[in-house]
Ligand binder design. Structure first.
Ligand code: MN
Length: 321
C-alpha cells in the first residue's frame, strides 16, 4: 500500500502534515504518528491544524506539537501530506494558500470519493480509520519504530473512529492491530477510554438532558432527530463543542435507522451531523446539502432556519429508506 509513498518520500526534506478542521481522535492520532515516523526517518516536519484541539486529546500533544498556521507558515515546505480527509477544502487555511502556491500534496485517508489532483493518494475506503493506515506504513517500513507514545496515538484514532471497535468497518485485522498497539504501548484500554470519554462536565450533561427532550421520530420511527439551540447553550453555559457524541443517543433508539443532530447556529445556518446504523448511506444524504463524510457518519450545513432544516433533511432521508 505504501510502496509509492516509500519510494518517493526521500525526494523531499521539509514536510508539512495537516489534519482536517474540527479535529477528532483519528486525524490528530494519525497526524502525530505520521509526524513521528517522518521525524524518526530524518525529515524536518511540522504539524498544522486550523482549530483548537479538543480538550480530551490534549494529552497527546506532548508526543508531537500541532500548530495553528498563519499565511506565511506554509512557504518553507516542499511537500504537504493531508491526513484523514480527501478534499483540500477540509484543511482550512492551507486550501486558500495552496490555490496560489502549487506544491505537491499527498493524502492518507479513508473517506469515499477523493478529489483528483493529489500527487500520491493513499485512499482506502474500507479502512476503519486513518490510524489503521499509518500503522500499515510502520508495518511496511519498520514496525519497531512504533514506540509507546505512537502506539497510544494510533490506538486512540482506531478506537474513536470505530465507536470502540463496534462499527462494521472493523475487521479481524483492525482488532489484531489494536491488540498489537496495546502490547507495544504497554497501556490498558481503560486509560485511553477514560482520557477520551470520562471527562464530561456537569454542564455538558445538563446540555445533553436539554437535547434529549427534543428527540422526534419520523418515517415510522426510522429517522430520529435531535436539536441543540443557542438558548440551551446559554442556559447551561456550554458551547457546540460540548455536543460531542450526543447523536449516538437518538441513534440507539430501537428501529431507528439513521439519526441527525441539528445545531442551530442562527444566521450562519444549521450544522447537521448524520449517523446511520443500517444500510442507509448518510454520505449520499449529506451530499444533497453540499456536505459529505462516510456511509455511516457524515455532516452538512443547511442555510436554516431550524424548522426548515428538519423538514428538508427528513424529506430527503425518507427517499433513502
Ligand atoms: Mn477518520
Amino acid at each position: 500500500m505504501f510502496e509509492t509513498f516509500l519510494s518517493k518520500i526521500n525526494n523531499h526534506s521539509k514536510i508539512g502534515v495537516i489534519s482536517h478542521v474540527r479535529p477528532d481522535g483519528d486525524c490528530i492520532g494519525s497526524q502525530i504518528a505520521l509526524c513521528r515516523w517522518l521525524q524518526k526517518n530524518g525529515y524536518a516536519v511540522t504539524a498544522f491544524n486550523d482549530d483548537d484541539i479538543p480538550e480530551n486529546l490534549h494529552w497527546m500533544l506532548p508526543f508531537f506539537p500541532v500548530k495553528k498556521p498563519d499565511e506565511r507558515s506554509f512557504n518553507e515546505f516542499d511537500l504537504f501530506i493531508l491526513v484523514d480527509g480527501n478534499a483540500t477544502h477540509r484543511f482550512g487555511a492551507f486550501a486558500d494558500w495552496h490555490e496560489n502556491n502549487p506544491r505537491p500534496v499527498w493524502i492518507i485517508d479513508h473517506h469515499p470519493n477523493p478529489d483528483d489532483g493529489f500527487e500520491v493518494a493513499i485512499s482506502e475506503v474500507q479502512a476503519s480509520s486513518t490510524c489503521e493506515l499509518i500503522y500499515q506504513l510502520y508495518e511496511e517500513h519498520n514496525i519497531d519504530q512504533i514506540d509507546e507514545e505512537i502506539a497510544r496515538a494510533l490506538y486512540t484514532g482506531i478506537i474513536t473512529d470505530t465507536g470502540s471497535l463496534q462499527f462494521d468497518s472493523v475487521t479481524p485485522e483492525t482488532v489484531e492491530i489494536t491488540a498489537n498497539l496495546l502490547r507495544i504501548g504497554g497501556f490498558k484500554p481503560n486509560e485511553i477510554a477514560e482520557a477520551i470519554y470520562s471527562n464530561k462536565t456537569v454542564a455538558q450533561i445538563k446540555l445533553l438532558s436539554n437535547a434529549l427532550e427534543t428527540i422526534e421520530l419520523f418515517e415510522n420511527h426510522q429517522i430520529a432527530i435531535m436539536c441543540v439551540t443557542p438558548e440551551m447553550l446559554q442556559n447551561t453555559g456550554t458551547t457546540y463543542s460540548d455536543c460531542e457524541g450526543f447523536v449516538n443517543y437518538p441513534l440507539s433508539i430501537e428501529n431507528v435507522k439513521a439519526a441527525i443532530l441539528l445545531k442551530d447556529h442562527g444566521d450562519e445556518g444549521v450544522r447537521m451531523s448524520l449517523r446511520s446504523r443500517s444500510n442507509v448511506d448518510v454520505n449520499i444524504w449529506a451530499r444533497k446539502f453540499g456536505g459529505g463524510g462516510h456511509k455511516k457518519a457524515a455532516g452538512a450545513w443547511h442555510k436554516g432556519p431550524l424548522k426548515e432544516a428538519i423538514k428538508e433533511v427528513v424529506s430527503i432521508g425518507s427517499n433513502q429508506l
